[in-house]
Design a protein around this ligand. Structure first.
Ligand code: PLP
Length: 392
């Protein structure tokens, strides 16, 4: 293993990039081919046996995407990583590779809405799931047919912190595979595999891409879990990552170690401002000392990203919409992790039943704090909050 392998900045910027195929180019080449050719029929027949390792067809793998996979595997301290055409492509492939008809999945804490929708969808193939809030809930809900424990930390929309090592140990002691979505932290700020989690999934569409110009995902973990899904679910579902998106994600990784501390600093400044505002009922940011999971977060994470929620002191959806409409610098839009700061009010756009599962109050506003000056963002929020009825 390369002596630099544990240095994340080096992995992001250089790992795998000194290969002779780069011909000295400062950026790795984008292999824009749907197919590769072979010297003989026998060579092709041999390559087709392993379309995860051998370049045959775009829907199998591609050298540009392969480079990204090597970097992401190294960042997550994984033996292997497989990139997908979206985070959901990675999540659905990871889950379905691990379960069969009759199996049961435990979902700990709130998770990304479409992940829950995918688990509901699996019911038609005889796979069931149960949502639980903590490890005691896991103890009560586990069945003989439970195969998988799926979770996020911080959890989706609620930003709850789980003791990742304890959750992984609980699952392992019961013979379950643990799968964790690590998108919020990025592989720079949290490394779940080093805490015993079996498989990590990410949406690369957020901080890793970093510029809101790509959609992608990754599954990282031991070869024994990643290779089978690369050869089966990746090939059959067709959520292949394009070499163009692979190249953009590689560019995103180059600046990730510089961007993340800036996101952290700006996110915390905005969160601290909101925490002191009279129109704000609560701020859910695990980086704030008042957050109930803060001490545990410090034990298992090396930094905080800048996606968080705050609750306006109101139960009126109209008032929440009014606040969003008054924002001039924050833009209203889904997704997160890019340069631009974004605001959404989940209660106004998420289906009522999903909102209830996730425990999202009407007054919740989600902010993705981008890389603009924190003062500009704080002034924008301060002006918008002046219009809240209770203060007017
Ligand atoms: C936590 C989390 N995981 C996974 C996904 C899915 O990723 P993608 O949109 O790339 O499919 C998202 C998307 O918002 C997300 O927020």
């Amino acid at each position: 293993m390369d002596e630099h392998i544990m240095d994340d900045e080096w992995i992001c910027g250089r790992l795998g990039e000194d290969a002779s195929w780069q011909l000295g180019a400062v950026n790795p080449p984008v292999f824009e081919n749907s197919l590769f050719t072979f010297a003989s029929a026998a060579d092709l027949a041999e390559a087709i046996k392993d379309e995860d390792e051998r370049y045959v067809y775009w829907r199998g793998t591609n050298p540009t995407v392969d480079l990204l996979q090597r970097k992401l595997a190294a960042l997550e301290r994984a033996e292997r990583a497989k990139c997908f055409g979206s985070g959901m492509g990675a999540i659905s492939a990871a889950i379905s590779s691990l379960v069969s008809a009759g199996d049961h999945v435990l979902v700990l804490g709130s998770v990304y809405g479409p992940t829950t929708q995918f688990l509901r969808y699996l019911a038609k193939f005889g796979v069931t799931h149960t949502h639980v809030g903590d490890l005691d809930g896991c103890d009560s809900a586990i069945r003989a047919s439970t195969r998988l424990l799926y979770f996020e930390s911080p959890s989706y929309m609620r930003y709850e912190i789980f003791d990742v090592a304890a959750v992984a140990a609980w699952a392992s002691a019961r013979g379950l595979v643990s799968v964790m979505d690590n998108t919020w932290s990025t592989p720079l700020f949290q490394k779940p595999l080093t805490m015993g989690v079996d498989l990590v999934v990410h949406s690369l569409s957020k901080y890793v891409g970093g510029h809101s110009d790509l959609v992608g995902g990754v599954v990282a973990g031991p070869a024994a879990l990643v290779r089978p899904l690369a050869l089966t679910e990746y090939q059959l579902y067709g959520a292949a990552m394009s070499p163009h998106d692979g190249a953009k994600a590689i560019k995103g990784l180059r600046t990730l170690p510089v961007r993340m501390p800036a996101h952290q600093e700006r996110g915390l400044a905005v969160a601290a401002f909101l925490a002191g505002h009279p129109a704000v009922r609560a701020v859910h940011h695990p980086g704030l000392p008042a957050h109930p999971g803060h001490a545990q977060a410090l034990r298992q994470m090396t930094g905080f990203s800048s996606l968080f929620g705050f609750e306006l002191d109101t139960d009126s959806g109209e008032e929440v919409a009014g606040l969003l409409d008054r924002l001039r610098h924050f833009r209203v839009g889904v997704s997160w992790g890019g340069f631009e700061s974004l605001a959404v009010a989940p209660a106004l756009s998420v289906e009522e039943s999903v909102r209830a599962t996730m425990g999202v109050p009407v007054g919740l506003v989600r902010l993705s704090v981008g890389l603009e000056p924190a003062q500009t963002l704080i002034e924008d929020l301060a002006l918008a909050l002046e219009g809240v009825a209770r203060l007017a």
